[in-house]
Ligand binder design. Structure first.
Ligand code: NAP
Length: 481
């Protein structure tokens, strides 16, 4: 079940959020500790009956991350007053005993969700505590904070240990926890939580109902669902889930593509074996880190020295570099027809390696400029290209290049106003290609477009490499929408 946590300051706004999202959720949790003091108790009592889905009553103390500022007695009294209002579950803290709330809830057949939270780690006695709560006849709810991918793997494996508890809730907090929140059924959790705003805290791992329901179809994931994903650190900004999941759904495949924040590639490969994954995408900083785990690599991976796509090939993992093909896709005809013979590449990082090798393999002459000149020299030496300092390049420009490829981070946050080639005067004949895809229009593309150049956006490459990955993963063409 997908549960919307209602965290607004007043009942009207909570109701609005409920109504806006009701088609995406199975139940809601009303956090009454977050209501401002002016609420009307009668309106609060009516709230569950206005909602046509079950509502959990929760009133969190400050020390548990909530906002209830009154005495413990008044908190208990408030919950007691609301027990006859139609709330379908009552959420109480693990250490709240002797309040009489449990007996009152039992008399009204309201199941108690017994919660505990650890914002630092996954407690060593997690399973023992959950079992104890279960033995009391209550639904254990553990909100825990994985600090590494290995911790996340522990939660997935923990399902086996907890299989005797039919109803339990496990919430993995933070960005590491995101896969466990999406794949909540795979960790054996009865439900997963979301908020209408997705949470304001960076790294909170909170998700919006739209993403859980419509992008990841979290509520339909079963043990049979094929699992794909992307590994990186950070990775939550990745556009890849929004490319792959709609494609998987459109083809009617029982499959999901999930972002995994990964600090240790070794642990992720163990997980991928354990979860019988068919493939995954790889982004910064792991494009090189995955290489030792691959049993089979393509010529491009060998040349570039980095891999952005890992697929299962028999008992081995095979490494592919779809950045290489994704980059070529929008300009393939220009290269093959000879329109592009001479290229300038700005940058000498991982993406530049794929770009330079692709251009060189198709016979283009390439000049590389880069902030750190030594890196440009090194890439030039490996690929049979030229390297030159930016100032010298600009001073000695006799013939404009046919193609300029911008591969640095200059033009995206935090360098959003930056120009990676200041002082360069476009003659309007160049094709200018920026690998940055967020924002779509960077400063250099804007300048080139105004000078009459044809411009190629980074999202074109992103999309092209994504659909090639899709084919490598599923064996199927990416569908038309
Ligand atoms: P990377 O390996 O970290 O390389 C970063 C490059 O940017 C290096 O050349 C670095 O120069 C340069 N750079 C960084 N900050 C700079 C600054 N303030 N001033 C000047 N140069 C700076 O990263 P990457 O993997 O190559 O990715 C680079 C860009 O390509 C990113 O924006 C990424 O989103 C984009 N990309 C897009 C796609 C797509 O599908 N469209 C695919 C892959 C990558 P130094 O050598 O001096 O550090």
């Amino acid at each position: 079940m997908i549960c919307l946590s209602l965290t607004e300051k007043n009942l009207e706004e909570n109701l609005l959020q409920y109504q806006k999202n009701r088609g995406l959720i199975d139940l809601a949790e009303l956090r009454i500790d977050l209501l401002d003091a002016s609420y009307n108790i009668d309106a609060l009592k009516r709230f569950p009956s206005i909602c046509d889905k079950p509502v959990i009553l929760a009133c969190r103390r400050k020390r548990d991350g909530g906002s209830f500022s009154g005495s413990e007695r008044s908190r208990v009294q408030l919950m007691k007053k609301l027990l006859d209002s139609g709330f379908r579950y009552l959420d109480l803290e693990e250490d709240l005993t002797g309040s009489g709330l449990e007996q009152l809830a039992a008399a009204r057949s309201i199941p108690v969700i017994r919660s505990f939270q650890d914002t630092e780690q996954i407690p060593a006695d997690l399973f023992k505590r959950m079992m104890k709560i279960h033995e009391q006849g209550e639904i254990p709810k553990a909100s825990v904070t994985p600090q590494s991918f290995a911790d996340v793997f522990t939660l997935f494996r923990g399902r086996e240990e907890l299989k005797e508890i039919p109803q339990k809730i496990v919430v993995a907090l933070g960005n590491y926890g995101v896969p466990a929140r999406i794949l909540y059924k795979r960790i054996g959790s009865l439900l997963t939580y979301c908020t209408s705003s997705g949470g304001t805290e960076k790294g909170s791992g909170h998700m919006i109902p739209e993403a859980l329901k419509n992008l990841y179809h979290a509520d339909t994931v079963t043990d049979e669902t094929e699992l794909y994903g992307i590994i990186g650190n950070p990775v939550m900004h990745s556009a890849s889930p929004a490319i792959h999941n709609p494609g998987l759904s459109r083809l009617g495949l029982n499959a999901v593509y999930v972002p995994f924040q990964v600090d240790s590639v070794r642990h992720f490969f163990s997980f991928a074996e354990w979860a019988d994954m068919r493939g995954f995408s790889v982004t910064i900083p792991h494009k090189k880190h995955v290489l030792p785990y691959l049993g089979n690599i393509t010529r491009e991976v060998k040349q570039i020295g980095s891999c952005n796509t890992v697929v299962r090939s028999g008992k081995l993992w095979k490494g592919i570099n779809t950045d290489y093909y994704g980059f070529l896709h929008p300009i393939q005809e220009d290269i093959e027809s000879g329109v592009v013979k001479k290229a300038l590449v700005i940058g000498a990082g991982g993406a530049a390696r794929a770009v330079v090798w692709a251009l060189r393999n198709f016979g283009c002459s390439v000049t590389i400029v880069n902030r750190t000149f030594e890196r440009a020299q090194q890439l030039a030496a490996e690929t049979g290209s030229a390297a030159i300092e930016i100032d010298r390049y600009l001073q000695n420009l006799d013939r404009h290049p046919d193609l300029i490829v911008q591969t640095t981070s200059v033009g995206m946050e935090p360098y959003i106003d930056g120009d990676p080639l200041p002082g360069y005067q476009f003659n309007g004949e160049e094709i200018v290609y920026d690998l940055i895809y967020a924002p779509k229009m960077t400063r250099i593309l804007n300048r080139a477009g105004q000078a009459g150049c044809r411009i190629v956006f980074g999202y074109e490459m992103l999309y092209a490499q994504g659909i090639q990955q899709f084919k490598s993963f599923t064996g199927r063409d990416y569908p038309q929408f």
